[in-house]
Ligand binder design. Structure first.
Ligand SMILES: Nc1nc2c(ncn2[C@@H]2O[C@H](COP(=O)(O)OP(=O)(O)OP(=O)(O)O)[C@@H](O)[C@H]2O)c(=O)[nH]1
Ligand SMILES: [Mg+2]
Length: 479
């Protein structure tokens, strides 16, 4: 039978999938990826190589130059370079073809639709990586690292993702799994030979092993997850203050570009504006908002509502004051609403325009604003910005010395991993308690198995389909 007789029905895992792998918009080069058993078959129907090549003669991992032709009309579509890679030495472990054409969205769309007419179906987001995982090329932590790497916003986040992609978390988890398996094996022997149970189960020794070799590494990983979260996902900081204090000027200064409109007219910013800023390796989403005051103007009022809504999402409030003005009722009312907000964020007072009026904080401010940390800056002259960044960093991380660990070398679990690690740790602690009161080995074995199950969820051995779907939904199409 020729491959064309065998194109599998829709929905089968044998289906060949295709997608545009490069982002939309014009670019020098665009890439289309095809993966599955019919990749080469589909490809050779639409590709005319410069040097005539029979389908069976395509060499794996070799670049071919030629033209993509629409097989129906015979008309040329684009001049391309293409590579056929025979599984299993590919990203998905399946047969893969990658076509590099000119980076025009129309060209890419046209080639993709010809490929689909040839028998492939459009890949779902993350489906290439999901296949790589299902075919055993990556464990689940490595698959997740692919998204982290694509989405990393700072060097620290990037190096954490690379470490995980290299399998560092997987190795750590595997080692703990091995130790749990060894301990379970001892339990099994004790269950099988109850008369020798006391010789086999030396609880003092086992408990020590459990603590040192299993629980301690778990505790260490859990702690690192909290520190890592802010570098992987970043935090959100909202700039709040009454009109004209210089909020948009601060956003622009932090971004080092004229992102938001700045004018002397109070009420300039109407919508919220959000951009990422790298603060000592921590991706911080800075949200500039409409100055908050009483207004009858509908658009401004909508902006103010948005500003208040953003307050609820933020981990940090940069509460901005104008050093050239006395505190007014509007400042105080706003400050009060920040403090009463249920989220109880950290607040940093930012006293702006010190290029016009410097000096210590007026007593009136301190009495009204309590003991919040304060930095004095000039958004316009860009003074005090380093101190502002340092203070933001130490408020969030609780340290002013920088990280204290190397994200490139550390193993940093994410929130999903942390959750499973904690459950695994709880199961181990149940084993420990059980040993203290001499419960029977079959009960200890149950908790050991449950700990193993949680670690299996992390690396993808026992993860449920729903969780897998959630993880791969985060990917873009073509990855
Ligand atoms: N001298 C001085 N002027 C500043 C400073 N920061 C902002 N300004 C000026 O203050 C005015 C208001 O600045 P914006 O950044 O638009 O203030 P805003 O808080 O975003 O104002 P709204 O969007 O209306 O709420 C502009 O004329 C800025 O040039 C500063 O540090 N020093
Ligand atoms: Mg503004």
């Amino acid at each position: 039978m020729s491959p064309s007789d065998q194109i599998p029905p829709a929905g089968s895992s044998e289906e060949t999938i295709a997608a545009i792998a490069t982002p939309p918009g014009p670019g020098g080069v665009g890439v289309i990826r095809i993966s599955g058993p019919f990749s080469l078959h589909i490809f050779q129907k639409l590709f005319v190589p410069r040097h005539k090549t029979k389908p069976q003669d395509y060499e794996s991992h070799r670049m071919y130059y030629g033209w993509i032709i629409n097989p129906d009309s015979g008309s040329p579509v684009d001049e391309v370079l293409a590579v056929f890679m025979r599984g299993p030495n590919t990203y998905t472990r399946e047969d893969v073809v990658e076509i590099q054409c000119h980076g025009s969205y129309l060209v890419l769309q046209e080639i993709l639709s010809i490929i689909m007419a040839g028998g492939a179906r459009l890949a779902q987001p993350g489906e290439f990586t999901k296949r790589a995982f299902l075919n055993g090329r990556l464990d689940l932590t490595q698959a997740e690292a692919v998204v982290d790497l694509i989405e990393a916003k700072t060097d620290e986040g990037r190096s954490m993702a690379v470490g995980q992609l290299q399998g560092r978390l997987y190795e750590k988890i595997s080692l703990i799994q091995e130790r749990l398996v060894a301990m379970s094996a001892i339990m099994e022997v004790a269950i099988d030979f109850p008369e020798d149970e006391t010789d086999i189960l030396d609880h003092a020794v086992l408990m020590q092993q459990l603590k040192n070799e299993i629980e301690e590494p778990l505790i260490e990983l859990i702690a690192r997850a909290d520190e890592g979260k802010i570098f992987r996902e970043g935090i959100s900081a909202v700039i709040l203050g009454r009109p004209n204090v210089g909020k948009s000027s601060l956003l622009n200064t932090l971004l080092e570009e004229d992102r938001a409109l700045v004018t002397p007219v109070p009420g300039t910013t109407r919508d919220t504006i959000e951009e990422f800023v790298n603060i000592k390796g921590m991706p911080v989403r800075i949200v500039d908002t409409a100055g908050i005051r009483q207004t009858n103007e509908m658009v401004e009022e909508m902006g103010i509502q948005r500003a208040r809504a953003k307050l609820a999402d933020a981990e940090l409030v940069l509460f901005m004051l104008d050093a050239t003005q006395p505190l007014v009722e509007e400042d105080l009312a706003l400050y009060k609403s920040v403090k009463q907000n249920s989220r109880k964020q950290k607040v940093l007072l930012v006293l702006n325009k010190i290029d016009i009026k410097s000096g210590p904080l007026p007593e009136q401010y301190r009495t009204a604003l309590g003991n919040e940390p304060l930095v004095s800056i000039s958004a316009k002259e860009q003074t005090g910005i380093l101190e502002l960044k340092d203070t933001v960093f130490s408020l969030i991380t609780g340290s002013n010395k920088g990280l204290g660990w190397d994200p490139g070398a550390a193993v940093v679990p994410n929130v999903r991993h942390k959750d499973a690690l904690k459950k695994g740790l709880e199961a181990c602690r149940r084993v420990e308690k059980g040993m203290e009161v001499d419960v029977s080995p079959d009960l200890l074995a149950i908790d050991l198995q449950s700990a193993l199950g949680y670690l299996g969820d992390i690396v993808g051995e026992t993860t449920t389909e729903d969780v897998l779907d959630l993880i791969f939904e985060r990917f873009c199409i073509g990855k």
